[in-house]
Write a protein that binds this ligand. Structure first.
Ligand code: CAA
Length: 298
């Protein structure tokens, strides 16, 4: 294989596995740029349909704002195709042509492992980069699940993907330089900025963001201020677009809790203990905006 000597350029054919909110956003920022063809893969046909609709709606909105012509919208949609992960004929035809794959399936090691297995048995090339959008699983650990762990890397996109300028790039212990260079070229081609983080719990973004959100929940729980006053203080006092509790509702309280649990477990410091009120909300099924109830009602 020429994998380690290959020079790094921006990939031309990208696979996105897991076409939920993050995957569809990743497909958008890739397909906006003419040289990148995108293959969206998901276990569920309904997710593929939703992702296609989400992309179309996004492009139509861009067109309405005068930022894309109707020809560009057609070309944009033409650069994307979708297949079911279980469609083995399509997988065998498409997967060997992928230069780069980003997985954005649910945060579960077994689910991710099953995706890697499916890609490998469909003929993923040894020189194709395998990136994970995980926010809470070690890249080094994910890499150990695949052939050629050197080509595994973390690409942590922020929600909403089409809007947030940053991709956090995480180098696992065994990630090689070619993989890093190819990834940074892709980030640039997507017109995003990057930061690099070591493979430590929460990386940079969530190591800092989640304890901040968790502290806001402690402040609410202790009656330091109302939810409105806590958010207003941070929003108008520090110029963040959303206060911490609004942001928690936006991210999903289950996601916030699960990342705090990872920080607490893997760093072993009581300063990362999840606020009991956050646990209560998640146990009540008040998960934020997506369930129409979190620290606020929607
Ligand atoms: N998809 C695509 N575009 C979207 C969008 C979405 N879901 N939501 C908003 N937008 C676009 C709007 O179309 C609008 O675009 P234009 O200005 O080009 O017309 C722009 O974003 C601003 O939207 P709005 O005017 O409707 O609302 P706003 O000014 O309040 O901005 C926001 C909304 C961009 C979400 C802003 O509130 C914000 O930046 N919030 C913080 C988001 C954040 O911190 N994200 C990171 C979360 S942490 C994470 O993702 C990592 C993790 O692992 C948990």
């Amino acid at each position: 294989s020429s994998s380690s000597s290959a020079s790094a350029s921006a990939p031309v054919r990208l696979g996105v596995v897991g076409c939920g909110q993050m995957g569809a956003g990743i497909a958008i920022v890739a397909a906006r740029h003419a040289q990148i063809e995108v293959v969206g893969l998901d276990a569920y046909p309904a997710s593929l349909d939703r992702a296609r609709q989400f992309m179309k709606d996004w492009a139509d909105k861009e067109a309405k704002k005068g930022r894309m012509s109707s020809e560009e919208v057609v070309a944009f949609m033409g650069r994307v195709k979708f297949h079911e992960l279980g469609d083995s004929a399509a997988m065998k035809a498409e997967v060997p042509r992928l230069d780069f794959v980003i997985e954005a399936v649910s945060e579960n090691l077994d689910t991710k492992r099953a995706v890697f297995d499916a890609l490998q048995s469909a003929g993923l090339r040894a020189d194709s980069v395998l990136a994970s959008n995980t926010s809470s699983i070690s890249i080094t650990k994910l890499a150990a699940q695949v052939e050629r762990p050197e080509r595994v890397i973390g690409m942590h996109f922020m929600n909403p993907v089409p809007v947030m300028p940053l991709v956090e790039v995480i180098r696992g212990l065994r990630t090689d330089q070619t993989t890093l260079d190819t990834t940074l070229n892709l980030v640039t081609a997507m017109k995003k900025e990057h930061s690099t983080s070591a493979d430590r719990p929460g990386f940079i973004a969530n190591r800092i963001l989640m304890p901040y959100i968790n502290e806001a929940v402690f402040a609410l729980q202790e009656g330091v201020g109302t939810a409105e006053d806590i958010d207003k203080t941070l929003r108008l006092g520090t110029n963040v677009p959303m206060g911490p509790l609004t942001l928690a509702d936006f991210i999903g309280l289950d996601t916030c809790l699960s990342i705090m649990q990872v920080l607490h477990r893997d760093l072993g410091d009581s300063k990362y203990r999840p606020a009991p009120l956050l646990v209560n909300y998640v146990e009540a099924g008040w998960l934020g905006k997506k369930t129409k109830r979190g620290f606020y009602a929607y």
